[in-house]
Write a protein that binds this ligand. Sequence first.
Ligand SMILES: [Zn+2]
Ligand SMILES: [Zn+2]
Length: 215
Amino acid sequence: MTQLTPSPSSSSASDSAFCAIPQVHSLREAWLLAAIEAVRPLFLAKQHHIPPCQVSVGFASSGNRLGHIGQCWSTGSSTESVNQIFISPTLSTAYEVLDTLVHELVHAVDDCKHKHGKEFKKIALGLGMKGPMRSAGAGPELKAKLEALLPQLGPYPHASLSVPMKKSVRRNRPRAQCKTCGFQVPMLKKFLAFGPPICPQDKVEMEAVGDWENV
Ligand SMILES: [Zn+2]
Ligand SMILES: [Zn+2]
């Protein structure tokens, strides 16, 4: 076995001092990749290996509707077999982003196999996360560790995107219902003029229910 002799560039006290100098990232992805490296030791301390990940700012596949602030895709979803993480552009502070990133990295460690199930929970709690697993974030101890990493990451080069939340107006959607068996179908606006359809089971005209007038 060859003994590794420390090269002049290997870590020393002066190196760690160098690391403390805030880096200025002009690209959000560069910041996010640096953030992954910054939190990697926290995962390693619990024997979790963060896999290679791509990380970008972008909406979750559900858009902004469900209030998802991050999303991680499994290696199986990528033709390159690499986890891909998206951090919502609605987040603004570096801390929120880091906290969300850690949550998504837990999914990456699990390769999104168990959603927010007990395997996810085990990793999350081990790292010091808390709260309902769907939205688990750093508990007080982990929060302090994450906050301590912020200076070395420098400012998050992003200004929060303000996305108008569509008020979900619960309209009484037009549908048709069979009086005999109760079978229901939603109606498309453009076909309302056709009138209610025939029940496939009872072959009788169904009843118009909901708002057929004001759509
Ligand atoms: Zn999650
Ligand atoms: Zn029927």
